[in-house]
Design a protein around this ligand. Structure first.
Ligand SMILES: NC(=O)c1ccc[n+]([C@@H]2O[C@H](COP(=O)([O-])OP(=O)(O)OC[C@H]3O[C@@H](n4cnc5c(N)ncnc54)[C@H](O)[C@@H]3O)[C@@H](O)[C@H]2O)c1
Length: 450
């Protein structure tokens, strides 16, 4: 950081590129936190507005806040990108990223801002951090923007200057409040010095903090927004069905929302294998059938089983892609620790592989035991005789047999057995085995969704 530009201990000089909703709220709120902020926009009217202490957007509290920080001199404006970069330690890019004609993301404003900032960096000796706050699909920063910054500056990212991605989680309408009360702060960083500097802008604000690789930070905003969109459509589909059935959807959802163990909770949200079992497929099927009987379209709910089937197919395709014929499957019941085989996606997986001529052996301690004891014997004999023949209670015989293994359970014995395998065998992990973060870096390991 330049000695001159830092305003006071812990406070930084920040230039904000793009004074739309995100940029002008970030600029005013950062200035209110004591940082020296310079606002830049290609739209001269917005710059002029801000120069006069007026917010270029309509938002709760933004008018008073902008007037205050402009009057105090903590928020100034500039029409010149080079001056703004030279006089700041950090440049935060908040330009728009609208949809491109094909539905993709238009990066043209990000590209032009990066070129301008890069050109200014060529003439700046002090360390500078370029922060992208705009929403952009994973890979944009590293494959499009960093090369532009490096080309224009003649310098290297992470070495001569820093680059971070710092997504914005504000909601229009309550954006000042959201800035001051973030649900979380995420910084993707090219290097730790830059990540630390960017994180320090938000010192003292609530919420968990994450410093992650750049593409992970880019992804987080899409995950959030897609989930919010999914929540709205889920709520609306439930509403449509309830009103068709003469029920008050709000009374129904009140009970749904009161369940913070299974519904409004982290349950069922970690990527893994397809769902199955005696309830979920049957009940989703019955609910969408009821809707159809009333000529009611519920596209999200109607496609839940379609999506689940796609997840099953992904597992089959991974096995096929490996080009090995001898497959060992660990786990068969729909949920570890039970012997319930009804609509188990692992049974489906085994059947598809057998159908394609794969040489399959299966180990599931609970199912093997229940077969011995007779509890599941009739079910296996009547419905799955072909599976029953391949099922063993001895883990070693599966270990000896397979070239490729499918981990469908995290049972201790299975994890221990997998850990004895050499690097010439491949493990397809459907359940996020312990230490998967390390395993995913090893050869011979494939995670289904990570
Ligand atoms: N609006 C929201 O609620 C919200 C919330 C979170 C994230 N985001 C994301 O933040 C980004 C900005 O969104 P917004 O709603 O503030 O956009 P916006 O369209 O309101 O503002 C973008 C501003 O950038 C300016 N600009 C374009 N090129 C420039 C350049 N080279 N230099 C300086 N200024 C330039 C434009 O003139 C405009 O004033 C988008 O990626 C958006 O997806 C928006």
């Amino acid at each position: 950081m330049s000695e001159q530009s830092a305003t006071a201990a812990g406070q930084l000089a920040v230039s904000v590129f793009g004074l739309g909703y995100v940029g002008c709220v970030s600029a005013a709120c950062l200035a209110a936190r004591g940082h020296a902020v310079i606002g830049v926009d290609v739209n001269p009217q917005k710059v002029e507005f801000l120069r006069q202490g007026k917010a270029p957007v309509v938002e709760e509290r933004i008018g008073e806040l902008t007037a205050d920080v402009v009057a105090s001199g903590r928020l100034t404006v500039s029409n010149d990108a080079a001056t703004a970069v030279r006089e700041s330690d950090i440049s935060i890019v908040c330009v728009g990223t609208p949809s491109a004609p094909g539905g993709g993301l238009s990066t043209r404003y990000l590209e032009s801002a990066s070129e301008e900032i890069g050109a200014a960096l060529a003439d700046k000796a002090d360390w500078h951090v370029v922060v992208f706050r705009s929403t952009m699909v994973p890979g944009t920063c590293e494959t499009v923007l960093i090369p532009l910054l490096e080309k224009a500056s003649g310098k290297r990212a992470g070495v001569d200057f820093g680059v971070c991605v710092n997504p914005e989680f504000l909601r229009e309408g309550t954006s000042v409040w959201d800035f001051e009360n973030p649900p979380k702060t995420v910084v993707g960083e090219s290097d730790s010095r830059s990540g630390e500097a960017v994180m320090s802008l938000y010192e003292g604000l609530d919420g968990p903090r994450f410093r992650v690789p750049i593409a992970v930070a880019e992804m987080t905003k899409y995950v959030d927004n897609s989930f919010h969109a999914l929540k709205v459509t889920f709520g609306n589909e439930i509403g449509a069905l309830c009103s068709t059935l003469g029920l008050d959807s709000h009374a129904v959802m009140e009970m749904f929302l009161a369940d913070t163990k299974l519904n409004i909770s982290p349950a069922y949200l970690r990527p893994g294998f397809a769902f199955g079992g005696s309830c979920l497929p049957k009940d989703v099927r019955a609910l969408t059938h009821t809707a159809r009987q009333h000529d009611l379209e519920l596209p999200v709910l109607a496609n839940v089983l379609v999506s689940n089937e796609a997840q099953l197919r992904r597992a089959v395709d991974i096995v096929i892609g490996l080009g090995k014929r001898k497959v060992g499957i660990f786990g068969l019941s729909f949920k570890s620790g039970t012997d319930d085989l009804r609509e188990s996606p692992l049974v489906d997986l085994a059947e598809r592989l057998i159908g394609k001529g794969y040489d399959v052996r299966i180990y599931d301690a609970n199912v093997a035991l229940s077969r011995l004891m007779g509890a599941n014997r009739a079910y296996l004999e009547e419905h799955l005789p072909h599976i029953g023949q391949l099922l063993t209670g001895e883990i070693e015989s599966v270990l000896e047999h397979g070239e490729v293994f499918v981990a469908g359970t995290k049972d201790k014995a299975v994890v221990e057995a997998i850990d004895t395998l050499g690097p010439d065998r491949t493990v397809i992990d459907l359940v996020r085995l312990p230490d998967a973060e390390q395993r995913r870096l090893q050869p011979g390991y494939v995670g289904i969704g990570w």
